[in-house]
Design a binder for this molecule. Sequence first.
Ligand SMILES: [Zn+2]
Length: 349
Amino acid sequence: MKNVQINVPLLVRIKHGALQRLGLYVARSGLAPVALFHSEGLLQSILDVARQSLQDHGIAAALLHEVKEASVEEAMHSLSAVPSSCRVLIGVGGGKALDVAKYAASLAGLPCFAVPTSLSNDGFCSPQASLTLEGKRRSMLTGLPEAVVVDLAVCQRAPRTLWHSGIGDLCSKFTAVSDWKLAFHRQGVPVNDLAALMSDASVFQFMANPVLDEQGIRLLATALMLNGVAMEIAGSSRPASGSEHLISHALDISGARPRLHGLQTGTAAYLVSSLQGGSHHQRIGELFARTGFWESVRKEPFSKAEWRIAVERAPSVKQGFYTILSDKDVWPEFASMMAHDPALVGCFE
Ligand SMILES: [Zn+2]
């Protein structure tokens, strides 16, 4: 056993109107001037609120940069444009801007403010950035952001499918922790009990009010954020990522057109949890039914053929990462569920 020091976000604001106070939060931190990274396609009105808030508090934006793709190459390019006077990088938007800002900040040794405008996955407060490198998706270590600012009203207005994606990514914590415990029993992989507990508890917290209102958004944001902190505590992605993420990564690699991360991991978590036993499968099923998760999947059904390939490839996606997929071919059971489970009707074609 060893104690190590970890860095967690020092400023966390999850509230209505938080975006309008961004400049105040930066001013209080004393970190100016700033470089503001925003995702391509971000609503101009959201960007305007962020810029106006910085301006109102006398914060100079030395760089305003539109992030077009979540890649290491883009992060390096962006970083080269950041003036040396900048003392913080701020990422505003969906995954792209946050991942690139987080990674660029870690390379530059600067703090990062994460300002998600939707909650489609746990990336806004995880110690990794999901970026492509020469076209291949990688998880790059970054450390956690210095600050997390979630405007409930902004996230509530984001498309419902992104909310479903966040719920799917959150539910995969159940299966990830089960895989982690299995890896301990089979291969002695150490489990950090506190991180595992935080991960599990974060899902239960959200389940108390899984609706698309401000209180529900607050619970989802908090749960996803604590999950990122659990990863930092554990020093690994185990609290948030198990066999369901391996399947999703394999789909990203081999699928014709990957879908939202949380729709993939959530659906995989539903399937995997049926093999893991216990009550998680039922819990995930009830939550998905209540929130309408499957509606987002049915809008653009998954390809059964692509899933078959992904499930077969999944165990080899991450070398030495033991999960329930490691020892047996689970496809026959998945195929049976896809054919007979009423919840999955219309989700695969
Ligand atoms: Zn995830």
